[in-house]
Design a protein around this ligand. Structure first.
Ligand SMILES: *Cc1c(COP(=O)(O)O)cnc(C)c1O
Length: 432
C-alpha cells in the first residue's frame, strides 16, 4: 500500500511512520516538516555492514555518502553504527567533525577541492582523499609536504560503464567532469604519478557509476573493469592495490513499480566478482569500500505539508497547493523525479483523484509532481510525500526567502528535533 515499509495506517485512519501518527507530528512541530525514521536508517547501515561481513569476510567498509542527508545527528548515528562517511565540502567536513565523528573514517571526494578544504582535511585527520585530477594531485602533494603529513589517496577512475544501459561506451563516459579515463591511458598515468609523489600514500582506486540504479549488472561490470586495472597495475609496476572503492548509487522505491534489490545483493554480486578474479589471477584481495547515500536514508524519510487552496482548471488539471515545494524538495523541478503522496489524515481512504501538487515558490515548475493519485484533500489537510529522506533537506534552498523546515527523527520509543526550523532572523543573519 505504501512505498516505504515503515509507513502504515493507524487506528484513527492517519498515516503513521514507525508507529508515530504523522498528523500529531505535524501539529507538534509544524509544517513543512521532514520526518526521518532513525530505526530504518540504522537497519540499512547494519544491512550494508553485515553484507560485507557475510560475503567478503568483513574486509571492507560501508561509507554513508553524506551529501544525501547531512546534519550533526546523522553523523552521530553513523558513528554509533560503525559506518564510514563520504564528505565533499568544508561544510560537510565541519559538520561531521563538530558532531564528534571519527574523521579517520571519512573519505573526502569532489572534483575541485579547495585549498581551504584540503588544509582542513589534513588538520582534522581525514582518513582518505579521492583525487580527481592531476592538478589536485600536485596540490595534495604540496600541502601534505607543507604540513609534514601524508595523505592516503585513492584515484577516481571513469570505468566506462553506463549504469543505465549497462553498455560500455567510451565517449559518453570520457565526457564526465569526474575522474581519470581508463581507455585513454590517463588513469594509468595518474597511478604512476601518484606512486612517484613522496607525500601521498597511494591506497587505491575508486569509481562511482551513477545513482538510482536498481540492479547489479552495472556494478558487476564496473567491478570487473576495476579488477582488470588492478591487475594491469600489478603487472606493469609490481604494486598491489590495497583498496577498491566501488561507490554508491543503489536505488530505492519511490513509486509503485520501482523494484529495488535487497541492499545486501550489491555486496554479494561484487564480492563474487572480486573473489573469483583474485583467485584466478593471483591478485591480492583488496579492501572494498562502498558508498551508499540515497539507499541509507531515502525510504526512511517523509515530508509533511499543510494543504492550502485548490485550483480546478476544467479539463486540464487540478492544482493542490502546499506550504513548501521546490525549496525543500527540488527534485521534481531538477529532473522530474517521481514521488508518492498520501493525505495523512485520510490515509485509509481511497486515492480517488489525480492532482498536481504545487509548491509555493514563484516558479511555474515548482511542483512535487503531476498526475499524482491522492485522496480528496481540503485546506488544512496534511499531505505526506514519501521517500524524501535523501536529497531533499540536503538540496533545500532559501529561494523566496523561505525558511528551511525542521527535521525530526522518530524511533520506536520517541520523536525529537534534530534540525531546528529556521527563524526569520536566521534568514537575515548574514545581511549587513
Ligand atoms: C553521490 C555519490 C555517492 C552516493 O550515491 P547514492 O546514489 O546516493 O547512493 C557515492 N559516492 C560518490 C562519489 C558520489 O558522488
Amino acid at each position: 500500500m505504501f512505498v516505504s515499509e515503515n509507513l502504515s495506517v493507524n487506528e484513527k485512519g492517519n498515516l503513521a511512520i514507525n508507529g508515530h501518527d504523522t498528523v500529531d507530528l505535524a501539529k507538534k512541530y509544524g509544517t513543512p516538516l521532514y520526518v526521518m525514521d532513525e530505526d530504518m536508517i540504522r537497519t540499512h547501515c547494519r544491512t550494508y555492514i553485515d553484507s560485507i561481513n557475510r560475503f567478503y569476510d568483513g574486509k571492507g567498509m560501508a561509507c554513508f555518502a553524506s551529501k544525501a542527508f547531512s546534519c550533526k545527528e546523522i553523523y552521530r548515528v553513523m558513528q554509533q553504527e560503525g559506518m564510514g562517511i563520504d564528505v565533499v565540502s568544508a561544510g560537510e567536513i565541519y559538520t561531521a567533525y563538530k558532531a564528534g565523528f571519527d574523521m579517520s573514517k571519512a573519505v573526502f571526494h569532489g572534483n575541485n577541492k579547495t585549498e581551504e578544504e584540503i588544509n582542513m582535511a589534513a588538520d582534522l585527520g581525514i582518513g582518505r582523499i579521492v583525487a580527481d585530477n592531476v592538478f589536485e594531485l600536485d596540490t595534495l602533494e604540496r600541502i601534505a609536504k607543507e604540513k609534514g603529513k601524508k595523505f592516503r589517496v585513492l584515484l577516481r577512475i571513469k570505468p566506462g560503464v553506463d549504469a543505465h544501459t549497462h553498455s560500455f561506451i567510451s565517449t559518453g563516459q570520457i565526457d564526465s567532469k569526474f575522474g581519470f579515463a581508463l581507455e585513454t591511458g590517463e588513469a594509468f598515468e595518474a597511478v604512476k604519478k601518484t606512486m612517484s609523489l613522496e607525500n601521498l600514500d597511494f591506497a587505491g582506486i575508486h569509481c562511482h557509476i551513477g545513482s538510482s540504479i536498481l540492479d547489479t549488472q552495472g556494478f558487476v561490470a564496473a567491478a570487473e573493469i576495476m579488477m582488470k586495472f588492478i591487475k594491469q597495475i600489478k603487472d606493469e609496476t609490481g604494486f598491489e592495490i590495497p583498496e577498491l572503492n566501488l561507490g554508491g548509487g543503489f536505488g530505492i522505491k519511490y513509486v509503485e513499480g520501482d523494484d529495488p534489490l535487497p541492499y545486501d545483493e550489491y555486496m554479494k554480486a561484487v564480492a563474487e566478482v572480486v573473489n573469483s578474479f583474485c583467485e584466478k589471477n593471483d591478485v591480492k584481495r583488496p579492501f572494498i569500500l562502498i558508498e551508499p547515500g540515497r539507499s541509507v536514508v531515502g525510504s526512511a524519510g517523509i515530508t509533511l505539508y499543510t494543504c492550502g487552496g485548490r485550483k480546478i482548471i476544467p479539463n486540464i488539471r487540478t492544482y493542490v497547493s502546499i506550504d513548501g515545494g521546490m525549496c525543500d524538495n527540488p527534485r521534481y523541478i531538477l529532473y522530474q523525479a517521481e514521488y508518492d503522496a498520501v493525505v495523512a489524515n485520510k490515509a485509509s481512504l481511497p486515492k480517488d483523484e489525480k492532482v498536481t501538487i504545487a509548491g509555493r515558490c514563484c516558479e511555474t515548475g515548482d511542483m512535487i509532481g503531476e498526475n499524482m493519485p491522492l485522496q480528496h484533500c481540503e485546506p488544512g489537510d496534511i499531505i505526506a510525500v514519501c521517500a524524501t529522506g535523501a536529497y531533499n533537506y540536503a538540496m533545500s534552498s532559501h529561494y523566496n526567502r523561505l525558511r528551511k523546515p525542521a527535521v525530526v527523527f522518530v524511533n520506536s520509543s520517541s520523536d525529537r528535533i534534530v534540525v531546528q526550523r529556521e527563524s526569520l532572523d536566521d534568514i537575515i543573519k548574514n545581511d549587513i
